[in-house]
Design a protein around this ligand. Structure first.
Ligand code: DGJ
Length: 738
């Protein structure tokens, strides 16, 4: 094992990845400071730290010193901190707030370097790499009786660090925690923009870029879920940075609840980043001896633009976040019946759809909402009663599954275990299990309530019910949905306790059944987060399947989440949500760089479209290693009117170019795959003029001219990188040159 954390002298630590360095130091006054977070350093001795340490004092104007009698004096407001509190001259957002304590002063009491990571028992934790190490620094304030343990873990191959904080009550009295950060760091201000992924139901993860300046910008969710409003993942990029150039950072959380990440520019030439559970609505009583553990935060640094961040985060998620069984395992192509039938189906219609799915080449048939209890053709009843509705499915699930399996397909099933309809047997038996505030009528969302997952008996019921469903039927795929936001949470900290309850249920249902592929979904992308990805390897990105809209949604989540996690289906035209029509080739091209699926009724397709789709599905199967696990990048400045996606795996690459509302006469940017050297064969697939050409060395790295495209047109290229010339000459049709 290579050491990825090296002590430098007796109070500094060098944390290393293949592409970045972090240097933490316990300052003269005992506070934890961040000396460096950036390009990889070679650090051999403590004297080298003088060059990267921020000079202290003299303190300008009205600045307050830390009360630590250092010489020169220290202002905590002007130092780059790696954990910070209020009351001793630091006026930026603190990392810890305890009710009634205006002053907290945390100084170092010790440290340890541990091999691997330090997983939590309930909260999701990233799996360490072979060379991962963890630095644990213990900070304490004896007057208040609080200890804070900050843990940094290295992920050298991915180029990522994770950080988590544990707060312990070491005093004789109970107290109330009001806010605790997973991570707090100060970075030298390089003139940053904050990139957030914002949206709403059906329009998730739109990229918003805001110049930070001298202000505090907060990216947060208060819905109880990580939310479509603001994904928990954010980037802090130099204002000139693009896809392939410029320095910057990313921060994300392995967490699915209400979160908050703030960036604060200030007079000291530092930007403070604080990330963790949203303090609004939070509160946690800690008795003497008790601990509170925060969600794990994920940090990455790049010197090569947003694609550099994407590369690190994608590697990290594929290697350390998704469940082991699914790491680098190809995902099946599903046909999901939701947009094909909604709730209106029966055994015969589903059988015909499954026949169509098999003919098209799908591998799993997923039965969506409406198969259970007394669920009618509307959405008002049945949620909570997870047994088959025999009016719709005589013979139960067994009869349908047998038919599906006879067609050579695997079977997948939709469930929404966290919810309950008031018109359900479960609610009639246990109305008290729904989240409610005594004395107030509960708020409904999509005609349903949420079960109170903080209650043991509710969680036990769900674990038993879901376990039975999975054990009694050959189900290889579960779409776990959650279609409303939390309301009526009348106790502080409820959102967090709900998420802990959810994680407990997911661990107990899927832990013993790792072969079941969990696709999580929450009205589309309401919980597109790293927490959910530790339980299931893919997420339904949006209820909007309009290809024009999906380009932006998938581009947004693709910044931080790899293609293998993004479920993208070809649906009917015109699109049910937007009414916009797109050609089948365009719809396919937009889904193809990710986890392809089909979401329509094959009986409604023309014979020609059936054949085209079958052909495209067959091609996708030959490219799955590249589409799902290739390194995805978005070439610099491809822009709004024409988007480009490139996926590279070894000596193969795929490229997609989309025209989305282009102005007349504007051609797409050149197709570029930076860094490619050696001979390249470029094959344009499908469309009007499929062709194969050999390229001069170096041309693809600089960019190839692209033809004019009409709105809704797409190009797909298959690229063989660095192929030997003799092999190239032997290729059919390789004589044509651009
Ligand atoms: C919301 C999901 O995002 C849809 O795909 C579908 O499963 C519906 N729920 C079913 O109610």
């Amino acid at each position: 094992m290579t050491h990825s954390i090296q002590p430098i002298g007796d109070r500094a630590f060098h944390l290393m990845t293949d592409s970045s360095s972090v240097v933490l130091e316990v300052g003269d006054g005992g506070h934890l400071e961040l000396l460096w977070f950036g390009d990889p350093l070679r650090l051999d001795c403590a004297t080298q730290l003088d060059g990267i340490r921020r000079p202290r004092g003299p303190l300008p104007g009205c600045t307050v010193d830390a009360g630590t009698m250092t010489d020169p004096p220290t202002s905590l407001h002007r130092q780059p901190m790696a954990f910070a509190t209020a009351g001793k001259g630091d006026y930026r957002r603190p990392g810890l707030v305890i009710d009634g304590q205006g002053v907290l002063d945390l100084t170092c009491r010790g440290h340890r370097i541990i091999g691997g990571g330090v997983p939590d028992e309930v909260l999701p934790s990233a799996d360490p790499e072979p060379d991962s190490q963890t630095l644990e620094v213990i900070l304490a304030d004896d007057l208040v009786g609080v200890t804070v343990t900050v843990r940094w873990t290295t992920f050298p191959a991915a180029g990522v660090f994770t950080v988590r904080t544990t707060v312990s009550n070491t005093g004789p009295e109970s107290w109330r925690l009001l806010d605790v950060a997973s991570v707090l760091i100060d970075l030298p201000d390089r003139g940053f923009d904050v990139i957030t992924l914002d949206g709403w139901w059906g329009s998730e993860a739109h990229i918003t870029r805001t110049s930070l300046g001298h202000q505090r910008l907060v990216n947060s969710s208060a819905t109880g879920s990580s939310s479509t409003e603001h994904n928990p993942g954010t980037l802090l990029m130099e204002s000139g940075a693009g896809e392939d150039h410029g320095r910057g950072y990313a921060c994300n959380l392995l967490y699915s609840g209400s979160h908050a990440t703030s960036y604060e520019g200030g007079s000291a030439g530092l930007v403070r980043m604080v990330s963790g559970i949203n303090p609004e609505g939070f509160g946690w009583c800690l008795d003497p001896g008790a601990d509170f553990v925060t969600p794990e935060a994920v940090l990455s640094y790049t010197a090569s633009g947003t694609n550099g961040i994407a590369r690190a985060m994608h590697r990290f998620v594929n290697a350390s976040v998704v469940p082991r069984h699914w790491r680098h395992r190809e995902r099946p192509i599903v046909l999901n019946n939701w947009e094909g039938t909604y709730l209106d189906f029966d055994l015969e219609s589903l059988t015909e759809i499954a026949q169509g799915a098999a003919w098209l080449g799908a591998e799993t048939f997923v039965l969506d909402d409406g198969w259970f209890g007394h669920r009618r053709d509307d959405e008002t009843s049945g949620i909570g009663d997870w047994w088959a509705n025999t009016e719709k499915l005589p013979g139960g699930l067994e009869a349908l599954i047998a038919r599906v399996q006879d067609l050579g397909l695997e079977f997948g099933l939709w469930v929404e275990p966290e919810s309950v309809s008031q018109d359900s047997d479960l609610y009639r038996a246990h109305p008290e299990w729904a989240i409610h505030q005594p004395g107030r009528a509960p708020s409904l969302g999509r005609h349903q309530l949420l079960l109170d997952l903080t209650r043991d008996e509710v969680r036990d019921h769900l674990v038993l019910t879901m376990g039975r469903l999975l054990d009694d039927h050959p189900i290889s795929f579960i779409k776990w949905d959650m279609n409303r936001l939390i309301s009526d949470a009348h106790e502080a900290g409820f959102h967090h306790r709900y998420v802990l309850g959810l994680y407990d249920v997911l661990a107990r249902v899927f832990g013993p059944r790792p072969h079941v592929l969990l696709e999580s979904c929450s009205s589309g992308g309401n919980r597109f987060d790293l927490g959910m990805l530790t339980f299931g390897p893919q997420i339904w990105a949006s209820d909007c399947t309009d290809a024009f809209e999906r380009i932006a949604i998938q581009r947004g989540v693709g910044m931080l989440y790899p293609a293998s996690t993004i479920s993208a289906h070809v649906s009917a035209a015109p699109n049910h949500l937007t009414g916009r029509a797109a050609s089948l080739d365009f719809r396919f091209a937009v889904s193809a760089p990710y986890v392809l699926g089909i979401e329509l009724d094959p009986r409604q397709l023309s014979q020609e479209d059936m054949e085209v789709l079958r052909d495209r599905v067959a091609w996708y199967k030959t490219q799955r290693a590249v589409t799902q696990f290739g390194e995805h990048r978005w070439p610099d400045g491809a822009g709004d009117q024409h988007e480009q996606v490139v996926a590279i795996a070894g000596d193969r690459a795929l490229a997609w170019i989309y025209a989305r509302f282009p102005r007349r006469g504007v051609t797409p940017r050149p197709l570029r795959v930076p860094g490619t050297t050696g001979p390249v064969v470029l094959q344009q697939r499908f469309g009007r003029s499929p062709s194969t050409v050999q390229l001069p060395d170096g041309a693809l790295a600089q960019g190839l001219p692209m033809p004019l495209l009409a709105d809704g047109q797409a190009l797909i290229f298959e690229i063989e990188l660095g192929m030997g010339r003799s092999a190239m000459a032997a290729r059919d049709g390789a004589e044509e040159c651009i």
